[in-house]
Design a protein around this ligand. Structure first.
Ligand code: NAD
Length: 460
């Protein structure tokens, strides 16, 4: 099939490369010429395991090209997949990219005689496709929906595992305006992917994506709330609590004698909160959408509130343990919102770094691949902020270290290294990956999320 993909960011590029790998003829469109040039030169513009190799293959086979020319792409394809950003701003989802893109596609469809399907892959609030997108396409093309096709096909890939997830989806959700639209989008996937194809209406497809992200985000905030209760109680370790809870066969069934260990239980672990380009903005967008419909969603609001305070709790605990933060050298281990990505959008590390700087600490933040992205969003005029890729430099003479992103190179730092680099080592374990006893036996003051402060434990 001939497919055009509009917006060649994380989702657009991974979708384009993966569908081209399946044998489709893909044209990736982006407004940014630098992105288009780099892709045509076989250079992946984002870091995702496996993406670079696959991109080289599909460009080599002539199955993928990139362009800034939307008209060429739409005229020469059967379906246009919209994968532009849908950020959150001014208290609601910002649909300006979707609106801009739909307007341009509609104008092109005016002059296209052949049937063409417009498929929204961007995450949008329920009713966006069957009202806003449909109305724009009808007005600008002068045609009625039905003369062109309309679909909503949400994307569930996870950054850091984007190619793997796209190639091995759990389900493919196709929201369709009518049978004809469904049949075209179905042909993109049917026979190419081993996953059930779920056909629903347009707004149900939109709701499935939001519900999925909101549920996972809520599990994280739930775990962090339990962690805070454990910290205040003393003598209770949230890790023991949640690990035992998730051994329940309703969470973790057995096949024979083996536990299945579903990935979902990894969301029932305490940490520094969720970040990234999706969970925070999608939960906020669902809250605002719901409120606009007259229903104030309380669980979702609490999910966001807990997530916003979680990184600050770590900074507060650190300050208490090292007698204030002013002038102290703090090594922040990890800036990306999770390992295997260079994405720092909404990363808890950014909240922590900004708060440390506000309290006049000297911050040495380290990340294997996210430093460049971090330098674009963190203050570049603050002499107390140092970004680097070598954790040993960051730890040198630090008053404390904070593990924020579970990069393997950080989670495997041995206790003797903390001791040899830092004179009175204090370690904040924001991901609960280090062994408390090992660290304490080495003379390190160990502070873990969801683990009592020493004071609380003694008082208990
Ligand atoms: N990143 C993820 O992990 C993920 C996962 C699932 C769903 N989503 C959703 O997918 C959508 C895209 O997310 P992303 O992270 O890929 O965004 P992104 O910001 O990385 O990429 C969007 C791209 O669209 C381009 N663009 C904007 N308007 C355009 C136009 N009119 N014509 C051509 N190009 C245009 C931008 O230049 C940019 O390169 C969002 O709705 C997001 O919520 C993202």
């Amino acid at each position: 099939m001939k497919i055009s993909i509009i917006g060649t960011g994380y989702v657009g590029l991974v979708t384009g490369v993966s569908l081209a790998h399946k044998g489709h003829k893909v044209t990736c469109v982006d407004k940014r010429e630098d992105i288009v040039t780099r892709i045509n030169n076989s250079e992946a513009t984002i870091y995702e395991p496996g993406l670079q190799v696959l991109l080289e293959q599909v460009i080599g086979k002539g199955n993928l090209k990139a362009t800034t020319d939307l008209e060429y792409a739409v005229m020469n394809s059967d379906v246009s997949i919209i994968a532009v950003g849908t950020p959150f701003g001014d208290g609601r989802i910002d649909l300006s990219y979707i609106i801009g893109c739909a307007t341009e596609i509609g104008q092109i469809l005016k002059g296209k005689d052949k049937y063409h399907v417009v498929c929204v892959k961007s995450t949008v609030a329920p009713t966006t496709t069957d009202t806003i997108v449909k109305n724009i396409l009808e007005t600008t093309s002068g045609k009625k929906a039905g003369q062109f096709g309309l679909s909503m096909n949400p994307e569930f890939l996870r950054e850091g595992k984007a190619v793997e997830d796209f190639m091995n989806p759990d389900r493919i959700v196709i929201g369709a305006y009518d049978n004809k639209s469904f049949n075209v989008v179905n042909r993109i996937y049917k026979g190419h992917f081993k996953a059930p194809i779920i056909r629903v209406n347009l707004r149900t497809a939109e709701m499935i994506k939001y519900t999925s992200n909101a549920l996972l985000a809520t599990l994280i905030s739930y775990s962090n709330e339990i962690a805070s209760i454990c910290e205040e109680t003393g003598g209770v370790d949230v890790r023991e609590v949640l690990e035992s809870v998730t051994l329940d066969k309703r969470f973790n069934p057995k096949v024979g004698n083996r536990l299945v260990n579903p990935e979902m239980i990894s969301y029932l672990r305490a940490g520094c909160g969720f970040g990234g380009s999706c969970f925070p903005k999608d939960v906020k967008a669902l809250i605002s959408f719901s409120a606009g419909k007259g229903y104030e969603p309380e669980i979702l609001q609490s999910t966001m509130n807990i997530n916003e305070t979680q990184p600050m709790r770590l900074v507060t605990r650190l300050g208490k343990n090292i007698n204030g933060l002013e002038g102290k050298k703090i090594a922040v281990l990890g800036i990306a919102f999770k390992p295997d990505t260079d994405d720092v959008r909404e990363s808890p590390a950014l909240i922590i770094i900004r708060e440390l700087l506000r309290q006049k600490a000297k911050v040495f933040a380290v990340d294997p691949i996210a430093v460049q992205n971090a330098s674009m969003v963190l203050p570049n005029d603050n002499e107390e902020l140092h970004l680097m890729t070598d954790y040993k430099m960051a730890l040198q003479n630090a008053d404390a270290a904070m593990l924020i992103t579970s990069w393997p190179e950080f989670t495997s730092i041995p206790s003797y290294e903390f001791v040899s680099f830092m004179s009175k080592p204090v370690l904040i374990d924001g991901r609960r990956v280090y062994d408390k006893k090992t660290m304490e036996n080495a003379g390190i003051t160990y502070i873990g999320v969801g683990l009592d402060s020493t004071e609380a434990a003694k008082n208990g």
